[in-house]
Ligand binder design. Structure first.
Ligand code: MRU
Length: 344
């Protein structure tokens, strides 16, 4: 993509402000871990892999902030701040994964000087960010194998460059199939209430010149029933050991309709999105977001004051509804408990 989702230099992380796209292209500068926490919780940056890479730089910024402390106090203070950072968004496991990976660097190098630890932490954060792009390219190559020539693909939310460091997961596969000359067409769900489909996926698809049509979420069932969709590709925020998958709210509904009309339904995600510590989807914490996301559009109230709102950001698609899980290590099929374990 023309614009970088995140860009670290010196002691500052610049994040493309996804709250403002596509109308304004602006960067939000983070110098402290509290800036990073705010950026993640307010969805300046969003999408599981992008959140993970951002958090990795967040841990480095925490370490920079506390560099003057005695070693033991320094480590304690960094880990305490990390706990706080973890609470920014509870569902996307990449946040936890990246923070734990950064803490692994501290644990392995306890006897190094603080300056040396800082160098290693920055190196690790850069590696996490660089690896994400390589991982997405591999997911795209595997995923392209299941995209038929001329396929009409339905996608939900935003799983592109904006949701990752670059290229994307499900949208990366769409990019790959397009570059391979497969004459694909895309239907993008607008994805209420945050409109990641309308604002972000539409932006990326247009930028790439991929033929695309934006639809209200409620149109998807009609298109699927009418035989207009060949393939559904979505991303993931947390995948349980048995393949149950948390993704943007509305994904579960799509998967049920896909099953009813026998349309292939694939999840694309890096192995870092698989939470091997949990057995099934019932253990996934689903983030609930503010009622304003539903009652207001662009700050303008659209629902009457006093109405109750229920606004879960994600839902869980049962493994049985998923045709395959596309990762950088290959495509896992049923039973997922066995196939995913091989990627551990
Ligand atoms: O609330 P968001 O915008 O962070 O939700 C994003 C999604 O649900 C994506 O599908 C998921 O993170 C995968 S992104 C490659």
């Amino acid at each position: 993509m023309k614009y970088k989702t995140l860009d670290f230099s010196g002691d500052e992380l610049k994040l493309l402000d996804q709250r403002k796209l596509p109308l304004e292209v602006e960067y939000y500068n983070c110098r402290t871990y509290l800036d990073i926490k705010f950026a993640i919780s307010d969805m300046i940056v969003r999408g599981a892999p992008a959140i993970g890479a951002t958090a990795a730089y967040g841990v480095y910024l925490v370490a920079l902030e506390y560099r003057e402390l005695e070693k033991e106090d320094f480590i304690k203070a960094v880990k305490k701040a990390n706990e706080d950072l973890l609470s920014a968004r509870p569902t996307a496991v990449n946040l936890y994964w990246a923070i734990k990976r950064m803490e692994g660097v501290i644990d392995k190098n306890k006897n190094s000087t603080t300056d040396e630890l800082l160098r290693l932490l920055l190196e690790e954060a850069n590696t996490i960010a660089e690896e994400d792009i390589i991982t997405n390219r591999k997911i795209a190559a595997y995923g392209n194998e299941i995209v038929p020539e001329g396929a009409v693909i339905l996608t939900h939310c935003n799983t592109g460059s904006l949701a990752t460091v670059d290229y994307g997961t499900a949208l990366g596969i769409i990019r790959e199939a397009h570059y391979a000359g497969k004459h694909i067409k895309v239907f993008a769900d607008e994805t209420r209430p945050r409109l990641q489909g309308a604002r972000l996926t539409a932006f990326e698809l247009l930028e790439e010149g991929i033929p695309a049509t934006l639809i209200p979420d409620s149109v998807a069932a009609t298109l699927i029933r009418d035989g207009k969709i060949d393939l559904i590709l979505v991303g993931a925020d947390r995948i349980a050991s048995n393949g149950d998958t948390a993704n943007k709210i509305g994904t579960y509904m799509l998967s049920e309709i896909a099953k009813r009309f026998d349309v292939p339904f694939y999840v694309a995600a890096p192995v870092s999105t698989i939470d091997f510590d949990i057995m099934d989807g019932s253990e996934i914490v689903i983030e609930e977001r503010s009622s304003e996301e539903v009652t207001h559009i662009n700050g303008i109230r659209i629902a009457p004051e006093g109405i109750d709102v229920y606004n879960p950001a994600f839902d869980v698609t049962p493994a049985e509804n998923i045709s395959g899980i596309i990762t950088e290590k290959g495509i896992a099929g049923k039973p997922y408990l066995e196939s995913l374990a091989k990627f551990k």
